[in-house]
Ligand binder design. Structure first.
Ligand SMILES: Cc1cc2nc3c(=O)[nH]c(=O)nc-3n(C[C@H](O)[C@H](O)[C@H](O)COP(=O)(O)OP(=O)(O)OC[C@H]3O[C@@H](n4cnc5c(N)ncnc54)[C@H](O)[C@@H]3O)c2cc1C
Length: 460
């Protein structure tokens, strides 16, 4: 649908009182829903669209691992929502959402309570530790920009530590990097860490550190990495990881990680100062608490129109939505691709409801997937078509850079990646809050709570 689909109904069709649409979350689902709503309803000044997020930027997660390994500057993948909305009628409200009252149709944030006529839930997911939270308190995750910067700093610091360390066991521990989870995030990160450590950091620290002292381990609980790709591509990815020197442990469960000692099935304890947990996600706790019909994984069940099955005028997109894929008979996977496509349909349907137009059903056939593995290598599968190697890597970059919402950052990122090919990745630390880096699991690093009164909107 384009904005012109609604043109004929504009004259005289504006609601008399302000019609409030609240979009919770400015990630892939929320941001794109708001952008499409802005297009479809742009001539209706009485429709107020407000997007609420705890942070003032949209985070482009598919490139987080590049930031975690010094290949892309943090701001290239974090784009100010105010800039994105500047030329639209959409309002941004930056603050933590504290509660949603579906009966009274209101949302409370750290700043105020706002009412809605239509609500879009797109608060994403959080890391699932599967009950291992306590043992993983020194583990990193890769969900936020802060996580990426903290990992990057930590990798550099481990090389600094090993540089002067005389005790061989402590040296080995500093230079052992573990990633848990063989999905796309874990595989991409393990590949990038390997390249970063062996190429970039070794250049800076090579006087006292040898290549054979560096270990990168990837641990996966099931018998296969990248289960979302066709099996031959999973196998190709596995071969690639092993070929470049990553130690892959399949069918291996993590039993514990205390005092930087890793315990896994079938191996004696391994000292590793770095562990990144990339083994799964679960629904945002705010979503879990809502009295809406959910599937067993806690995602909200939606109709084909993306409206909640149990509450009218509550729309759900992205990781929060459990929407059955009619082509496969199971819910769509929680990916950015799904979120962006759902955003367009949800926005269409909200606008169509206001303008009394026919609504659409969400249907999308998954065309394929991408995964990059270290420098200059990526696997791409789309329908019958598969590409790997440097061509895959170029396509991977082109596709993702093209999807960055701000054109200027597309240029920066393209330029940054070419610089990376020609020159080197960054090995400069970026100082963060010291407690966060010391203990990433205990500080709410990704949450920024502003003082009440900051950044108030003149209208909801
Ligand atoms: C490292 C990484 C790599 C990934 N790579 C890919 C990839 O290559 N391809 C792909 O398709 N998918 C990828 N994904 C998955 C993809 O990021 C998600 O599926 C997608 O972001 C889901 O969109 P969403 O809108 O549901 O949630 P999100 O994009 O996570 O947005 C949720 C938003 O809600 C905000 N929020 C949450 N709680 C609150 C609160 N209480 N108050 C205020 N604001 C709140 C958050 O700040 C966030 O901005 C990756 C994910 C990660 C972590």
């Amino acid at each position: 649908m384009t904005s012109s689909d609604f043109d004929e109904t504009r004259t005289g069709s504006e609601p008399v009182r302000p019609y409030r649409i609240l979009v919770l979350g400015a990630g892939f689902g929320g941001l794109y829903t708001a952008v499409y709503l802005g297009k479809y309803l742009r001539n209706l000044p009485n429709v107020w669209i407000t997007v609420i997020d705890r942070r003032n930027y949209f985070l482009f997660t598919p490139m987080l691992h590049s930031t975690a390994t010094g290949a892309l500057e943090p701001r290239y993948i974090a784009h100010s929502v105010r800039k994105i909305f500047r030329k639209t009628q959409i309002h941004a409200h930056i603050g933590e959402v504290l509660g949603v009252d579906l009966e009274n149709r209101s949302v409370s944030t750290v700043h105020r309570t706002m009412t809605f006529d239509d609500l879009v839930l797109s608060l994403g997911s959080e890391t699932n530790f599967y009950g291992l939270e306590n043992t993983l308190e020194n583990a990193f995750t890769l969900k936020s920009l802060q996580d990426a910067v903290a990992i990057n700093n930590h990798l550099i610091r481990m090389f600094e530590k090993a540089y002067w360390e005389e005790n061989p066991e402590l040296r080995r521990g500093a230079l052992t990097f573990v990633v848990v989870g063989g999905g796309p995030t874990g595989v991409e990160l393990a590949g990038e860490i390997y390249e970063y450590a062996n190429r970039e950091l070794l250049r800076d620290f090579g006087r006292r550190i040898n290549k054979n002292e560096i270990r990168v381990l990837l641990i996966e609980a099931t018998g296969r990495i990248l289960p979302s790709l066709p099996e031959h591509l999973s196998n190709e990815a596995l071969d690639r990881l092993k070929k470049i020197g990553i130690e892959v442990f399949l069918d291996t469960r993590l039993k514990g990680y205390k005092n930087r000692i890793l315990e896994i099935d079938g191996q004696s304890p391994i000292r590793a100062e770095t562990l990144v947990w990339a083994a799964g996600v679960r629904t945002n706790p705010l979503i879990s608490g809502l009295p809406l019909e959910k599937d067993p994984s806690g995602r909200i069940k939606v109709k084909g129109t993306l409206e909640s099955c149990s509450k009218d005028h509550v729309w759900v997109v992205g990781d929060n939505a459990s929407c059955l894929n009619p082509h496969e008979g199971k819910p769509y996977p929680p990916t950015a691709q799904t979120a962006v496509r759902q955003a367009k349909v949800a926005a269409h349907n909200i606008a169509a409801r206001i303008l009394r137009k026919p609504e659409k059903t969400f249907s999308h056939q998954h065309v394929g997937g991408f995964v990059s593995i270290g420098d200059n290598y990526a696997l791409l599968s789309a329908k019958q078509f598969t590409v790997s190697g440097i061509l895959g890597w170029f396509l991977w970059n082109l596709v993702y850079i093209h999807k960055l919402p701000i054109v200027r950052y597309r240029l920066f990122s393209t330029f940054g990646l070419f610089l990376k090919i020609l020159f080197e990745r960054a090995t400069t630390e970026i100082d963060l809050c010291p407690e966060f880096e010391e203990n990433p699991r205990k500080t709410t690093g990704s949450r920024r709570v502003m003082n009440p009164g900051d950044n108030r909107e003149s209208r909801p």
